[in-house]
Design a protein around this ligand. Structure first.
Ligand SMILES: [Fe+2]
Length: 319
C-alpha cells in the first residue's frame, strides 16, 4: 500500500472550526450566484491524522465547509464537524448519548426538502445551510437503516436512486463509456481517453438523461488532483483549466445560471489549494469556457483540505 503524508499539503486537516465574513475576491462574482457551496470530507477531531494512506484518511470525522455567495459577494466561509457521537466524545462528553452514532463524511445532497450529509452505507444526517447538524432525517425515514453516498436524484420525478459500489485502492480514473441496452440486458464498455480523471460532475438537471458535457478533476498521477477538464461527447474535445504544480483542486460543481437555456450555461465552482500560501481559493469558472480561467476567485484565510464530494445549495431552493 503506498504511503502518503496525510498531515502535509492539500490533505492536511484543520484543527479548529472557524467563520470568516466578507471574503476578499479577485474578479467579479455573478450577481445571481446566490447560495452555499458545501464540501464534505474526513478531518480528524484532533486536527492530525494518525494512520497513513487512504485507509488512515477516509474513516476520519466528517467536517463540512461552506462558502456563501450572495449579491455578487462572497459573504462567508465556515467549517464545522458534524455533531456525531464521535465529535461529542472529544468536545462535549456529557452529550454523547444524545448524538447519532454515524459519520457521514462523503457527500451532500438536497432532496425532498432536506439536505443530507451522506456516508457510504451509514446513516445520513440532515444539516442546515449554516452547517449545523439537525436531528435525525425526518423526510427520509428509511435512511435510519443507512444509505449510500452516491445517490442520484431524477430531476423530473424527484425520485432518489441509491446504489452501492466497491472500493479499489487509489486507482487512476480513466474515462470509459458504458452503453446499457435494456432489452437484451447487454452492457458495452468503451475506453474513451487515456487522460486520468476523477470526481466527474454534470449539469444535474440532466441526471438520467442524454447530456453533452461533463466536468471532472484532472489526475496527472495517483497522488495529484490538479486541474479541471470539460469533455464534450459530441466533438470528443477536452478543454482544460490548468493549475500550477503543487496546487490541488476539488471536484467542479456545476451551478446552472438562472434562466439558462443551454446545458452548459452556468458556472463551475471548485476549491483550489495553493501550496505557496497553504490557503485555499474558491474559483468560479464559466462552464462554457473553462480555459479562460476564473471569472472570480474567492481568497480564504484558511485551507479547505482535500475531501470527497459537495453540493451547491441554492438560496431559492426549499429545504
Ligand atoms: Fe465518490
Amino acid at each position: 500500500m503506498p504511503t502518503i503524508d496525510l498531515n502535509a499539503g492539500a490533505l492536511a486537516p484543520v484543527a479548529t472550526e472557524a467563520e470568516y465574513l466578507a471574503l476578499p475576491v479577485t474578479g467579479d462574482i455573478p450577481g445571481d450566484l446566490n447560495g452555499v457551496l458545501v464540501r464534505n470530507g474526513p478531518n480528524p477531531l484532533t486536527g492530525r491524522f494518525e494512520g497513513q494512506g487512504v485507509l488512515g484518511w477516509w474513516p476520519e470525522a466528517a467536517m463540512l465547509h461552506g462558502i456563501s455567495f450572495e449579491g455578487g459577494r462572497a459573504t462567508a466561509y465556515r467549517n464545522k464537524w458534524l455533531r456525531t457521537q464521535r465529535c461529542a466524545r472529544v468536545y462535549e462528553p456529557q452529550s454523547v448519548s444524545s448524538r447519532p452514532d454515524t459519520n457521514p463524511n462523503v457527500n451532500v445532497i438536497r432532496h425532498a426538502g432536506e439536505t443530507l450529509a451522506l456516508a457510504e452505507g451509514g446513516v445520513p444526517l440532515p444539516i442546515s445551510p449554516l452547517l449545523d447538524t439537525l436531528k435525525r432525517p425526518s423526510r427520509h425515514p428509511f435512511a435510519t437503516n443507512g444509505m449510500t453516498a452516491h445517490s442520484k436524484i431524477d430531476p423530473e420525478t424527484g425520485e432518489l436512486i441509491m446504489f452501492g459500489r466497491e472500493f479499489e485502492e487509489n486507482p487512476l480514473g480513466r474515462l470509459h463509456r458504458y452503453r446499457i441496452d435494456l432489452a437484451p440486458g447487454q452492457v458495452q464498455e468503451h475506453a474513451v481517453a487515456v487522460l486520468g480523471i476523477e470526481l466527474p460532475r454534470i449539469n444535474e438537471r440532466l441526471t438520467g438523461r442524454p447530456y453533452r458535457y461533463f466536468y471532472a478533476v484532472e489526475q496527472p498521477n495517483t497522488s495529484e488532483m490538479r486541474g479541471i477538464v470539460r469533455y464534450d461527447w459530441q466533438s470528443a474535445a477536452f478543454e482544460r483549466y490548468a493549475l500550477a504544480p503543487g496546487d490541488q483542486n476539488s471536484e467542479p460543481v456545476f451551478v446552472p445560471r438562472r434562466g439558462a437555456r443551454t446545458e452548459d450555461d452556468g458556472w463551475l465552482l471548485s476549491c483550489v489549494y495553493r501550496h505557496t500560501t497553504a490557503t485555499s481559493d474558491v474559483v468560479v469558472l464559466d462552464a462554457r469556457d473553462i480555459a479562460a480561467g476564473p471569472i472570480a476567485t474567492v481568497h480564504l484565510p484558511t485551507r479547505i483540505p482535500s475531501g470527497f464530494h459537495g453540493q451547491w445549495l441554492d438560496n431559492d431552493h426549499e429545504g
